[in-house]
Design a protein around this ligand. Structure first.
Ligand code: CO
Ligand code: CO
Ligand code: CO
Length: 346
């Protein structure tokens, strides 16, 4: 039996995240634990929590899981694992061990599909040097998969959302458009070539990008996932108390992303992300509607967004390109806090 996981879901991958607005409201009810060893908590909406063990070692903890983002179980496992591990890289950490988190409908899918998902996750984790040492499965429909990951970091070398400084340039390491391309695939609107490109990008772990960040002592970064490029840039701007300008003309898009948006292929998650960001965001009059929605397209296993001091930006970009991240580009800049935290222009 040929399994097609994509037929089981409406919102796959990080598009299935709850809206950032709802999440923010719910988190208000949750008290922040007080402990001097908590170095990063949910207050800055960072990619992962960080807990100090001693003066030389802190743990980076994160979890992500979601419904299928592609048809093939093995590839779904790979992409979900790459996406989960990425949050450790985005903090400047070294991922070490992980646990599987799995929801699987045993009566609706053959057990081979279950094994394939886990095998994809295992292989991707191995590529990142991560050992999977346990997990937990619930019988549930549609399937969902991801990892809880633990990494190491030096307590003084944490890269956070709050490290962006006025004068910095913003560099993005992967093209944008996975949400649009995958929604288009379900509707039969996407080109096969673009679907392959999107899957290839989602399977690139952010390890080499993170190594370049660490080499250049970058202080502010995040990875681009469910809240879209603009949503994550906004979280960074708010945590750093700055304003971020994004030049949407210089954001590299996957294949026909723009054309698909123009044809009305706009996933619901993009509207939820826009709804959350709107009150903090200024829009250039000239910015066209398609690029505005591209900015809010939910990404799965997206690239790193780094805030880079201007004197090292050329060297850092060169290193990213040399590391094979050839789409890495300067897509915006950081300025002192203005009326809004984020401006989208073209
Ligand atoms: Co993240
Ligand atoms: Co995450
Ligand atoms: Co258990």
């Amino acid at each position: 039996m040929k399994v097609d996981l994509l037929q089981m879901v409406e919102n796959g991958g990080c598009s299935a995240k709850i809206s950032p607005k709802q999440l923010e409201e719910i988190l208000k009810y949750l008290p922040l634990p007080q402990d001097p060893n908590i170095l990063v908590d949910i207050d800055t909406h960072d990619d992962a929590g960080v807990y100090r063990v001693n003066d030389d070692l802190a743990l980076v903890l994160t979890t992500d899981f979601f419904p299928p983002v592609c048809s093939d179980p093995y590839e779904f496992g790979q992409i979900a694992a790459a996406n989960s591990i990425s949050d450790v890289y985005a903090m400047g950490g070294t991922p070490v061990v992980a646990l599987n988190i799995m929801m699987f409908p045993a009566a609706k899918l053959p057990m081979e599909a279950y094994a394939e998902i886990l095998k994809g996750g295992y292989d991707m984790a191995s590529e990142a040097g991560v050992r999977i040492i346990g997990g937990h499965t619930i019988d549930d429909y549609p399937p969902k998969y991801g990892l809880a990951v633990v990494g190491y970091i030096h307590p003084l070398k944490i890269i956070t959302n709050s490290g962006a400084k006025p004068g910095d340039s913003l560099i993005l390491t992967k093209q944008v458009g996975t949400g649009v391309i995958l929604a288009g695939q379900r509707l039969g609107m996407s080109k096969e070539k673009d679907v392959l490109e999107a899957k290839k990008l989602m399977k690139i772990i952010n390890k080499s990008g993170a190594e370049v960040m660490k080499k250049f002592n970058i202080k502010g970064a995040t990875d681009i996932t469910g809240f879209g490029l603009a949503g994550h840039a906004l979280k960074m701007a708010r945590a750093s108390n700055v304003t971020i300008n994004l030049n949407m003309k210089s954001v590299p898009l996957i294949g026909d992303t723009y054309k698909l948006l123009d044809e009305g292929c706009i996933p619901g998650a993009a509207f939820r992300n826009l709804d959350y960001a709107e009150k903090y965001t200024g829009f250039d009059e000239k910015l066209d509607y398609n690029l505005r929605m591209a900015a809010f397209d939910a990404q799965t296993s997206g690239g790193l967004l780094m805030s880079v001091p201007s004197e090292i930006v050329d060297k850092l970009l060169y290193e990213l390109h040399s590391a094979g991240l050839t789409s890495s580009s300067i897509i915006g800049s950081v300025i002192g806090k203005g009326e809004k935290n984020l401006y989208l222009y073209m």
